[in-house]
Design a protein around this ligand. Structure first.
Ligand code: SF4
Ligand code: SF4
Length: 97
């Protein structure tokens, strides 16, 4: 029997509409949680720029809390955060501890 080619396979994951990612609370995948230390924050917004999941909330030009419904805990924000005088404004903590 001849093996099927890719054109013969039924479609699998198909995104039928834009913005569908908002329906999936991907924060449940997280193993590590970023913690914001407000007193060390200089409001540079690097965390907002670098977050691949738009999980840093900004109001009136200033960052506020993380949106833990969508933060996957990748740690990029903590890595890029310059903090104040060498003191990070974001640290990563093990989830559930
Ligand atoms: S840990 Fe990753 S996903 Fe979560 S806020 Fe930071 S950059 Fe975004
Ligand atoms: S990257 Fe760090 S210092 Fe900059 S806004 Fe985010 S938490 Fe604040």
């Amino acid at each position: 029997m001849k093996a099927k080619g890719w054109r013969d396979l039924p479609p699998g994951s198909v995104v039928l509409e834009g913005g569908s990612a908002v329906k999936f609370k991907t924060g449940s995948w997280r193993a590590f949680r970023p913690i914001w230390i407000e007193e060390n924050c200089i409001q540079c917004l690097f965390c907002w720029i670098y977050c691949p999941d738009m999980a840093v909330e900004v109001k009136d030009g200033k960052r506020t809390e993380f949106d833990y419904d969508y933060c996957k805990g990748c740690g990029i924000c903590a890595l890029e955060c310059p903090g104040r005088k060498g003191q990070k404004a974001i640290v990563m903590a093990e989830e559930g501890k």
